[in-house]
Design a protein around this ligand. Structure first.
Ligand SMILES: *[C@@H]1O[C@H](CO)[C@@H](O)[C@H](O)[C@H]1NC(C)=O
Ligand SMILES: *[C@@H]1O[C@H](CO)[C@@H](O)[C@H](O)[C@H]1NC(C)=O
Ligand SMILES: *[C@@H]1O[C@H](CO)[C@@H](O)[C@H](O)[C@H]1NC(C)=O
Ligand SMILES: *[C@@H]1O[C@H](CO)[C@@H](O)[C@H](O)[C@H]1NC(C)=O
Ligand SMILES: *[C@@H]1O[C@H](CO)[C@@H](O)[C@H](O)[C@H]1NC(C)=O
Ligand SMILES: *[C@@H]1O[C@H](CO)[C@@H](O)[C@H](O)[C@H]1NC(C)=O
Ligand SMILES: *[C@@H]1O[C@H](CO)[C@@H](O)[C@H](O)[C@H]1NC(C)=O
Ligand SMILES: *[C@@H]1O[C@H](CO)[C@@H](O)[C@H](O)[C@H]1NC(C)=O
Ligand SMILES: *[C@@H]1O[C@H](CO)[C@@H](O)[C@H](O)[C@H]1NC(C)=O
Ligand SMILES: *[C@@H]1O[C@H](CO)[C@@H](O)[C@H](O)[C@H]1NC(C)=O
Ligand SMILES: *[C@@H]1O[C@H](CO)[C@@H](O)[C@H](O)[C@H]1NC(C)=O
Ligand SMILES: *[C@@H]1O[C@H](CO)[C@@H](O)[C@H](O)[C@H]1NC(C)=O
Length: 492
């Protein structure tokens, strides 16, 4: 009987032998696959259009490793096929994927390839990356894709794919980046996508997807970008959305989503960009929104949201753009909005807001585009607008704005509420509309120095006196609306 030592060394010898055998058979398979690879690639080339033949003139002979767009692995087997931006025209029908067993990267961005993705693509078991962006591929994407367990990137955007997104996609457990946007996919978002535990980017925007957002997406705790805009999705935003704790961009705009915005949204504290506009969302904006302190862009416009803006909005001090226009929001604008001094865009129009505009809204002189038209706002033009040289466009028409506007704008004359001469500092202002309010006083001649002004609408106010000659200096003016009945003088 052999000693323990002998047994051990026999065992390790056996191991070495097994490894050798494996290595040799691997080498043999890659060696023979090389000829197979050459034949497969040359056959594909022969079926491409004439222009591609000249583009691929280096595809000749028997060593593919030096051909255009091809990179081999250390066994001189084809590992990467990269023909991005090469104007290659034709189909993939004649590319026999089973002859390229070591392919890791398939990069075909921006060519003129059309037709189906052949089911044989499922044979490329080592594939980690496929990019077919900007081609003319069509038809359904094959369910066999689901067998690509190593695939990390699947980018099929800007093609003409149709049919449903196969649920087998949930089997691609290594997937990090899935982009199927700008195609014609129909049906619902497969709930199996929620099984892709490594997903960072999910882009299904601009398709014809229907049904509701699967609650399983809440499992995607590493997801950073969720872009589902421009589909026909309906039903509510699931409260499970609060589970996607890594989200930085959440864009659900341009769908038919209904119901309330779930307060679990407050869990998504990494969010920078939140766009829900053009849906049918109702109910209040939850106060948990104040938890999203990194938020830079919040766009909820064109929905049916009601109730006042929650005061917690004042915690969003990094907001650069806030749009809630065309909703049914009401109440006074919270004074906490004075905290939002980084805003460049503020759109509050077409709601039922009452009370005053927040006085410090241009406190950092960042505001460029400001609209609060079609509300029931009273009170003065915000005080901070007197130095708001960044302004480009102002829309305040159809409100009840009046009061001590001269004071608010730092003009010395306290006797009359006049349009502020200091507005001239807004050298970039192209459009100023404040018709149908209760503004009074005379038109300051200084307005003639706002040389970029194209649209000025002061009609339906209580403005009196002559039209200043200086307005004749506004060479770019396309539209000037004043009230004839009260104004004397003639148009310069
Ligand atoms: C492609 O090349 C072949 C032979 O060189 C020629 O007969 C054919 O007309 C060409 N086709 C086009 C579309 O240019
Ligand atoms: C391909 O290679 C052969 C010989 O190596 C050469 O005669 C031929 O001109 C080449 N064809 C092209 C299109 O480069
Ligand atoms: C493909 O080639 C282009 C141009 O050489 C390069 O910029 C790109 O990174 C490559 N793509 C991949 C996935 O290797
Ligand atoms: C697509 O590729 C062509 C070259 O075939 C190039 O001229 C063009 O700029 C590329 N388009 C884009 C959007 O990258
Ligand atoms: C690819 O090659 C294999 C083996 O040579 C063959 O069985 C199969 O039919 C080919 N597939 C296509 C689509 O040509
Ligand atoms: C796709 O096909 C259309 C016509 O069917 C053509 O106008 C367009 O240029 C093609 N796009 C690409 C990227 O080949
Ligand atoms: C939303 O639903 C309405 C009524 O069903 C329909 O007319 C409209 O086209 C839908 N909008 C979108 C973006 O799907
Ligand atoms: C939100 O976060 C809280 C605290 O971390 C957690 O208990 C809750 O389950 C989360 N909600 C969702 C919907 O993930
Ligand atoms: C808001 O944040 C606080 C503190 O981080 C947390 O306790 C609370 O659960 C969050 N609320 C929501 C609705 O996410
Ligand atoms: C205003 O912002 C400060 C931080 O700059 C914050 O501490 C404060 O809570 C905010 N106020 C409101 C009312 O949200
Ligand atoms: C006016 O617009 C120009 C060009 O867009 C910009 O460079 C400049 O900073 C603007 N001025 C102010 C005061 O915002
Ligand atoms: C317009 O600007 C010029 C030059 O900056 C200045 O001299 C003039 O007084 C200004 N006109 C008015 C009415 O403010």
């Amino acid at each position: 009987m052999a000693s323990e030592k002998e047994q051990l060394s026999m065992l390790s010898l056996a191991c070495v032998l097994i490894m050798l055998v494996q290595e040799m058979s691997y080498l043999a398979s890659t060696r023979s696959s090389s000829k197979m690879e050459v034949e497969a690639l040359l056959k594909w080339k022969s079926k491409l259009d004439n222009k591609s033949h000249s583009t691929l003139s280096s595809w000749n002979g028997s060593s593919p490793c030096s051909w255009r767009g091809i990179i081999c692995d250390s066994f001189r087997s084809v590992a990467r096929l990269n023909l991005s931006h090469s104007a290659i025209g034709g189909t993939l029908q004649h590319l026999n994927f089973s002859h390229l067993p070591n392919l890791v990267v398939l990069e075909l961005t921006n060519n003129s390839l059309f037709g189906n993705i052949p089911p044989g693509i499922g044979d490329l078991s080592k594939l980690t990356y496929i990019n077919c962006r900007q081609n003319n591929f069509s038809g359904r994407i094959p369910t066999q894709l689901g067998s690509l367990r190593s695939l990390q990137t699947l980018v099929f955007n800007e093609n003409k794919f149709n049919g449903p997104i196969p649920s087998s996609i949930g089997n691609m457990s290594s997937l990090r980046n899935l982009d199927l946007s700008s195609n014609q996919f129909v049906g619902s978002i497969p709930k199996e996508i929620g099984m892709l535990g490594s997903l960072n980017i999910l882009v299904l925007s601009t398709n014809d997807l229907t049904g509701s957002i699967p609650t399983t997406l809440g499992n995607l705790s590493t997801l950073q970008d969720l872009l589902l805009y421009g589909n026909h999705l309906s039903g509510p935003i699931p409260l499970e959305i609060g589970g996607m704790r890594s989200l930085t961009r959440l864009q659900l705009l341009g769908n038919n989503l209904t119901g309330h915005i779930p307060s679990s949204i407050g869990n998504l504290t990494n969010l920078l960009d939140l766009r829900f506009f053009e849906n049918m969302l109702s109910g209040p904006l939850p106060s948990s929104i104040g938890n999203l302190t990194n938020l830079s862009n919040l766009d909820l416009s064109r929905n049916m949201l009601s109730s006042p803006i929650p005061f917690s909005i004042g915690k969003l001090i990094n907001l650069k753009s806030l749009s809630v226009f065309r909703n049914e929001m009401s109440g006074v604008l919270p004074t906490e909005m004075n905290n939002l001094t980084s805003l460049t865009i503020l759109q509050l129009g077409a709601n039922n807001f009452v009370g005053q505009l927040p006085p410090e809204i241009c406190g950092n002189q960042a505001l460029v585009n400001f609209s609060a038209a079609n509300n029931h706002l009273t009170g003065p033009i915000p005080r901070s607008m007197k130095n708001c040289s960044s302004l480009y466009r102002v829309r305040l028409q159809n409100n009840l704005i009046k009061g001590d506007i001269t004071n608010a704008l730092g003009v010395n004359n306290e006797l009359y509420g006049e349009l502020p001469p200091t507005l001239v500092q807004c050298r970039n202002l192209t459009s100023f509309k404040i018709s149908n309010n209760k503004i009074f006083g005379v038109i300051p001649p200084q307005l003639g120095n706002m040389t970029q002004l194209q649209r000025l609408d002061l009609s339906s106010n209580d403005i009196i006196g002559e039209i200043p000659k200086d307005l004749g200096k506004l060479k770019l003016l396309l539209e000037l609306l004043l009230d004839c009945k009260l104004l004397a003088g003639h148009i310069p």
